[in-house]
Design a protein around this ligand. Structure first.
Ligand SMILES: [Zn+2]
Length: 340
């Protein structure tokens, strides 16, 4: 007879079968747990990466606004074309020394300046005078235009001096009033056409001489203050001449010019007639954080909202304890990193 422990092949097979089922179920359970853990880990990673990207985007925006990193700097000139305004790039040679209120005429060449964004050391041609108080440099590119007189009226009303980086394809008859009212007439370019001026160093300096001569003919002053079309950090020039901004940023200094970028962008060149509120909000958000703010704005017919926003922009800086000054060769440099 069979005892309970007697080897019964059928019973043993059944036990073995149950053990196998049990083992398989345990393995499935472990697999399920591991899967859940992995999925949770992936979800957490996704959230973390998403947050990091958000932070990166915010930081990038801030840096862009501060001019510390650069996309293309100034938006391309054609934004003004709707109005027939200068679509060329205009830097103007501005002689800051003329503004009766602020500037010495001929600064002594004393200091030397190392630009870490460039190759090696370049002698800075003028003595830099650090302002004793928080200073705002309002700058208007691409003019003069049919908005210039309105801008000048507002500046006069607030007794504020600014800097105009002018172009050749513009109403240069307004230069006298700009100059006579103590603002700096600085050089942007005669032609704002990137493909022309950035095709070679020679082409750039030929254009610079042209606007310099045009300004001198109008106001009798040879300006040494310049702003590169698109800013020194522009990458658009890469399409026309590799490395030209590296070359120009040094060569201009060697030739006695000083170039200025900006560290606060009103973003009025991001489109025509950017809403007034947006311009003011940008200034309030990104401006007022450093002891020297160089504010980028544009003086073209298409920038009517810049004119409308100007009183609020001035009042904001006044409320933050800033004074205003035109840019001169003695103004501490405000430059971007070179990207070409
Ligand atoms: Zn420009």
């Amino acid at each position: 007879m069979n005892t309970p422990h007697s080897p019964n092949p059928h019973h043993q097979r059944h036990l073995q079968y149950q053990r196998t089922i049990h083992r398989l179920r345990m393995e499935e359970l472990v697999l399920a747990i591991v899967s859940v853990v992995l999925i949770v880990a992936l979800v957490i990673c996704g959230i973390v990466i998403n947050n990091l990207n958000k932070e990166k985007a915010e930081l990038t925006d801030k840096l862009k606004a501060a001019g510390i990193i650069v996309t293309s700097g100034e938006p391309s000139a054609p934004t003004d074309s709707a109005n027939g305004e200068a679509t060329t790039d205009s830097t103007a040679s501005a002689v800051s020394s003329q503004s009766a209120s602020t500037v010495s005429t001929t600064p002594p060449p004393e200091t030397s300046w190392t630009d870490t964004d460039q190759d090696g050391e370049v002698d800075y041609p003028y003595a830099v005078v650090e302002p004793t108080q928080k200073t705002c440099y309002l700058t208007f590119d691409d003019g003069p235009s049919n908005n210039t007189l309105k801008i000048l009226d507002i500046l006069k009303q607030y007794n504020v001096k600014a800097t105009f980086f002018v172009v050749g394809d513009a109403n240069l008859d307004y230069l006298s009033r700009i100059h006579n009212e103590g603002h700096a007439v600085a050089l942007h370019a005669y032609s704002h056409t990137y493909s022309q001026i950035y095709q070679s160093t020679e082409a750039y300096f030929a254009d610079l001489k042209k606007i310099s001569d045009a300004v001198k003919a109008k106001i009798g002053v040879e300006s040494k203050v310049i702003r590169f079309p698109g800013g020194s950090s522009n990458t658009v020039s890469r399409s026309y001449c590799s490395g030209i901004m590296t070359e120009l940023s040094q060569e201009t200094l060697k030739r006695g010019y000083v170039y200025f970028d900006w560290n606060v962008d009103s973003t009025d060149a991001s489109g025509n007639n950017v809403p007034v509120e947006q311009l003011i909000e940008n200034i309030q958000r990104y401006g007022g954080h450093s002891s020297q703010d160089v504010v980028l704005m544009h003086d073209t017919g298409a920038k009517g909202t810049t004119v409308e926003a100007l009183p609020s922009i001035i009042e904001y800086y006044q409320s933050q304890g800033y004074t205003f000054a035109p840019i001169t060769v003695n103004t501490p440099p405000c430059t971007h990193g070179i990207n070409n």
